[in-house]
Design a protein around this ligand. Structure first.
Ligand code: SAM
Length: 452
């Protein structure tokens, strides 16, 4: 098979690496080929599907020699569904690759050449871990209501009746609720025409309480018979504690709109996190892997070796997931969060647990941190994937807390921010601890301790 660098052609390659978005990487005459659904050590005939001068994307035509890291996926639609990328890869190897991804980001983007990255922390159950699923809804060509995840890089739905990474207690609901929606004749939203009502079916479970919350995201509150149906669902599923509607009329990929109404039962689930009772609403951010988030929190507490007199700022605090357990160990915690509903919920969670040494500030960290009138001993950062705004980094360098704990869900932005924080020797990285929050996917969470 000579070189023929053109779309549609077949080439034979060995996969030698995995890219940060999870594709296998091989080389063909000094050019790079990205091949989804492969793993290091696979040898395959690959059809080139998109060709550029230096690199191409391909699709496995025939697997000649499977890698020793290859396993049989637990999910029957693993090769179609874009929810997980690595169901076909042995879990131990997934963890090692994630650790390497952190190392590479720190080296290439952060410029940290000799930094130790600890082995990744993980839970034993690499399946059945998700406490939340937001399924887009669609109709099949034969008119059947479908719910599932999109194929990778598309908006083509892969219909699911269960998903092995989701808490198995949610499985009985999915197929039956789809059927009920079908029988009610409620219209399903279509993105292309921006028409129809139901957009998403959202299920959330408190891992420790077993409480389930069902939310339908709709463009229109008027769903004939919704009250009656909601009551029937509550009767049919004893663990279901509430049925909500959320209205989203926008042309957007964002799942939830601004307003949620509780139709039957209550509008939240209770979760027990690190001994704290949290109430979590349909649309508020909460870590999807309760147990792994607890591992992370325990690690934070260990490395900080808290003495009881500290003042901690929990920037990007969400519903108080870390704020409240930490408050039990220190003098005071100040939580900062942009989402008004999350901050309201964080305060409510503090009240439920009779925790009084917390203050919650509703607002952007970039503004609120500047206005702080106290000097914190520790600042905990847990920003979204885009990392911290430059203004946050500048304020941190002015405030100079003796320790910063940075929790990140994206190694590239973590490395960028660490570089800025460590410039001119302001801070030094003293621990890098990845944690696997998202087994079977390429995502990796990482905890970093910075000290002056
Ligand atoms: C990765 S989550 C972490 C939440 C929390 N630490 C937890 O573990 O549940 C990031 C949070 O930051 C919030 N957020 C995003 N941008 C923000 C900003 N500029 N200022 C304050 N909070 C922000 C989001 O609403 C979200 O709750």
């Amino acid at each position: 098979m000579g070189e023929n660098w053109q779309q549609g052609n077949l080439i034979e390659i060995e996969i030698t690496d995995l890219s940060s978005n999870g594709d296998g990487v091989g080389r063909f005459n000094n050019r790079v080929v990205f091949v989804p659904d492969t793993v290091t050590g696979d040898r395959a005939i690959v059809r080139l599907t998109r060709v550029k001068s230096k690199y191409a994307r391909g699709k496995v035509q025939r697997l000649l020699k499977p890698s020793t890291y290859r396993i049989r996926p637990r999910c029957i639609v693993a090769d179609k569904c874009g929810g997980c990328q690595w169901q076909h890869i042995d879990y131990e190897y997934q963890r090692e690759v994630k650790r390497q991804q952190v190392i590479q980001a720190l080296q290439r983007i952060g410029g940290f050449t000799d930094i130790e990255v600890k082995p990744i922390l993980y839970n034993d159950d690499a399946l059945n871990y998700r406490n939340k699923s937001n399924y887009p809804l669609a109709r099949s060509t034969t008119g059947q209501v479908q719910a599932g995840y999109y194929r990778q890089g598309s908006h083509q739905l892969v219909n699911l009746n269960q998903c092995p990474v989701q808490d198995a207690r949610l499985h009985p609901l999915l197929a039956e609720i789809k059927q009920d929606i079908q029988q009610r004749g409620w219209s399903i939203y279509t993105e292309k025409r921006h028409q129809g009502k139901l957009r998403h079916l959202s299920l959330r479970i408190g891992r420790r309480t077993g409480e389930i919350l069902l939310t339908l995201v709709t463009t229109n509150w008027q769903l004939e018979g919704i009250e009656e149906q909601a009551k029937t669902w509550l009767q049919n599923y004893p663990q279901l504690v509430g049925v909500c509607l959320n209205q989203n009329q926008a042309k957007t990929n964002v799942i939830f709109g601004q307003e949620t109404r509780t139709i039957a039962g209550k509008g939240y689930v209770r979760e027990i996190f690190a001994g704290i009772e949290l109430h979590i609403l349909a649309e508020t951010f909460f870590q999807v892997n309760t147990e792994a988030a607890e591992l992370l929190l325990t690690k934070i507490e260990d490395i900080l070796d808290l003495q009881g007199g500290e003042l901690i700022v929990d920037a990007y605090c969400g519903v108080g997931t870390f704020t409240l357990p930490l408050a039990r160990k220190v003098k005071q915690v100040i939580g900062i969060e942009l989402q008004p509903s999350s901050i309201e919920q964080a305060q409510c969670n503090a009240d439920i647990n009779h925790i009084n040494n917390v203050t919650f500030i509703a607002g952007a960290v970039e503004k609120s941190l500047q206005k702080l009138e106290v000097k914190p001993d520790v600042i905990l950062l847990d920003p979204p994937r885009k990392g911290c705004d430059r203004a946050v980094i500048d304020t941190l360098l002015n405030l100079k807390p003796s320790r910063i704990v940075y929790v990140s869900c994206k190694p590239a932005t973590l490395a960028r921010d660490l570089r800025l924080l460590c410039q001119s020797a302001s801070y030094q990285v003293s621990l890098v601890q990845p944690v696997d929050f998202f087994p079977q996917t390429t995502h990796v969470e990482c905890l970093v301790l910075l000290q002056q």
